[in-house]
Design a protein around this ligand. Sequence first.
Ligand code: ZN
Length: 300
Amino acid sequence: MIYGFERPLFGDIALRIHLVVGDRYAVMIDTGMLGFEDMVKQALDFLNQQGVPLAFIVNTHAHHDHIGLNGWVQAQTAARVIGHAWGRRWTEDPDTNYQEFVLAFPDIIADSQALREEVRDTMGIPAPVDMGVTGREHFYPGGFDVELIELSGHVLGEVGLLVAEDKTLITGDVLIGLNLPMFHGYVDPEQFRKSLGTIRDLVTAGRVTRLRSAHLPELHDPAEIMEHVAQREQAVRNIESLILDIARGDALSLKEIWLRTSDASGKRPEFRGLAMVAGHLRQQCRGGRMEVQRDRYRTL
Ligand SMILES: [Zn+2]
C-alpha cells in the first residue's frame, strides 16, 4: 500500500514522491517540482488504474522540490493540501519561499539568475494549504492507520508519515544528504537533533523497521536506519565543534565563519550552509558558549 515514484535529481541522488493507498482513498507524499511532471503523472495514472481517489497531498516540508507541483496535481484531482503549519506561507507563495529560503542574508548572498533557476523557477502554480499540522494527527485511508510525526529542524516545519502496520516511516529530508557538494543543511540544530532522536526512539520501540525518503535509497532494517541517524548526529557534532574552533580567537562575522566552515568541510559555500551556520551561532549564543557583538561572533 506504499508506493514510491522517482527520477534522478543529480548524480546518484533521486527525487521521489510516495503514495499511501488505502481502500477508501490515497495520500500523495510530496509533489516534486517543475520538470518532474512525468514522475507525478505515473503516480496519478497508477491511482486511476486502482480506482482510488487522491484525497490528500501531504508536503513533508515546504522546500521547492517537495511542493513544486502541488497546483499541477490539484488541477487534476480533488486533493486537499496538508503540510506543517510552519510552512504554509512558503507553500502558498513561491516568492516569499525563495526570498526567505535563499536570500535570507541578502548582504552575503545576492539574488542571481542561477539561484532563481535552481529554486524559484522550479515551483509551479501554488495551491492553498487546506490544513496545517504539527505531528500526531492521524489518517484513516481505509484498512490501516497513518500517523504524522514531527521531524522539523532541516526546515522549521517538517513532518513524516508513520504507516504503523508496515512499520514504515516516510520522510522528506530529515535524513539529510551528507555526500553532496554543499551542505544539505538544517536551520535549527537543536530541533534537528530532537527529530533524529524521534526516529531513534521509533526504531528502538520497534515501531519503525523501514524508512523511505525523498532522496535516499530505501532503508530496509533497523540497524541501517540507526546507522543513518548516528551519521547525522555525528555530522551535527562535527560542524558544531568546527564552528566553535573557528571563532575561538578573533571575533568573526557570520560570513567569515560560514566561508571557513564550508572550506574546512570541503563544501561549496551556498545558502543552505549559510542558514545552517547561522542556526548554530544562534544556538551557541543562547547557550552561552559564544557571544555576539556588533555582528561578530566569538567563542567564550
Ligand atoms: Zn528540504
